[in-house]
Each structure stands twice: as C-alpha cells, then as structure tokens.
Design a protein around this ligand. Structure first.
Ligand code: HEC
Length: 182
C-alpha cells in the first residue's frame, strides 16, 4: 500500500498568546480591550444614572398618587375646567354649595374640585337627560331636578341617594349650577 499523502498544513499555525489556546487577535481589533472595558463601564454607569433619575423624577413620588391620564385618575378632563360660570351668579353659588356638601363623594361633577365619587352617576350632561335615577324619575324641567335633590327617596323609594338636607334656596342654586351641565 502506498503511504498516505502528508496532511501537514500549508500555512503555519498562528501564534497562540491569548491563553487557553485562544488566538490573540487584539492587535487586529479596531478597539483595544482596555477601551472596550471602559466603554462597557460607562454604559453601565450612564444607564444606572438615567434609570435612577427616571425613578426619582416620577411625579407619583411627590404627589403620593399613582400617575396616569385624567381618565385613569378618575377625573374627567372636563372636571378641571368645568362650565364657564360668572362669579357671583346663582350657578356660581350653587357650585360652592355643592362643594360644601357630600355630593362630590358620590358623584363626578365637572367643575367641582374633588368631586370624583363613583357611587352615583357622573353629573356631566345631567341637565340634558330627560329621565334620571336610572330612568325612574322624569327630568323635563329644572323643577324636576330640584324636587329630586330635595328628596330622592320620596321620588324613588330605595334609592342610594340620601336626602342631604338642602334648604329650598340652596337647592334652587344647586339646580342653577346643574343646569349648566348640558
Ligand atoms: C351617598 C351618595 C350620594 C350623595 C351624597 C349624593 N348623591 Fe346624587 N345620586 C346618588 C345615586 C346613587 C344616584 C342614582 C340614583 C338612582 O338611580 O337611584 C344619584 C343621582 C343623582 C342625580 C340624578 C342623576 C342621574 O342621571 O340619574 C342628581 C342630579 C344628583 N344625584 C345630584 C346630587 C347632588 C347635587 C348631591 C349633593 C347635594 C348629591 N347628588 C349627593 C348618590 C348620591
């Protein structure tokens, strides 16, 4: 039998200087390993600083409230602005009366600070509804609204809205305000 052809490599092995049999390619790298290490460290530092800043600058930390859009916070965008009401008008006084009563604990009321309750219906547009209280009570005039506010259980037995004890004069002004919520 003829001997095998020689399997010797045509080119010599490259020098092995990288340890563990690795070819040390540093000299051919576009970036030196030192520079790459400092690059990596700066990326970690910058990332940590940016994320730390994002966490610290979250408004929820200061306000003690979760962040979110007006809707997510339970306050319709309209609530902040509310209807345009001339200071000193009956509707203006009505709004002040509402703010001093527990209405806002049960209702969202546009234009009334802190009125974000969810027990009763949102009062935005209440003056435009022909029926209220889930359809049980007619609302064809401001007088209907006034009669309801003065005595809800009298209009709809078993309703969750209590009589909050407004005087007749207060109820008139409250309705003057509610009539601006069309
Ligand atoms: C304890 C909670 C509570 C309070 C306080 C309260 N309401 Fe209500 N309100 C309700 C509930 C519940 C309804 C729905 C009644 C139903 O369907 O039986 C309602 C219904 C209404 C409605 C009819 C709205 C509709 O579309 O059906 C008006 C107007 C209204 N409330 C105004 C007021 C005003 C003004 C005040 C303050 C003077 C007030 N409410 C205080 C719970 C409350």
């Amino acid at each position: 039998m003829a001997p095998r052809a020689s399997t010797a490599l045509a080119e010599p092995h490259p020098t092995l200087t990288g340890g563990a049999g690795l070819y040390d390619h540093q000299a051919a790298d576009p970036v030196s390993s030192k520079a790459a290490m400092w690059g990596g460290i700066s990326v970690i530092v910058v990332t940590t600083l940016v994320f730390g800043w994002l966490v610290v600058s979250n408004p929820a930390l200061r306000s003690d409230r979760a962040g979110g859009t007006a809707n997510q916070l339970g306050q319709p965008a309209q609530a902040a602005a509310g209807p345009d009401i001339a200071p000193g008008s009956p509707a203006f006084e009505g709004r002040q009366i509402i703010a001093s009563k527990p209405c806002g604990g049960c209702h969202v009321i546009p234009g009334v600070q802190g009125a974000v309750g969810a027990v009763g219906p949102n009062l935005a547009g209440v003056a435009g509804r022909t029926r209220i209280a889930g359809g049980a009570v007619a609302n064809s005039s401001p007088d209907d609204l006034k009669a309801w506010i003065l005595n809800p259980p009298g209009k709809k037995p078993g309703t969750l809205m209590p009589n909050v004890g407004l005087t007749d004069e207060e109820a008139t002004k409250v309705v003057d305000f509610l009539e601006t919520l069309k």
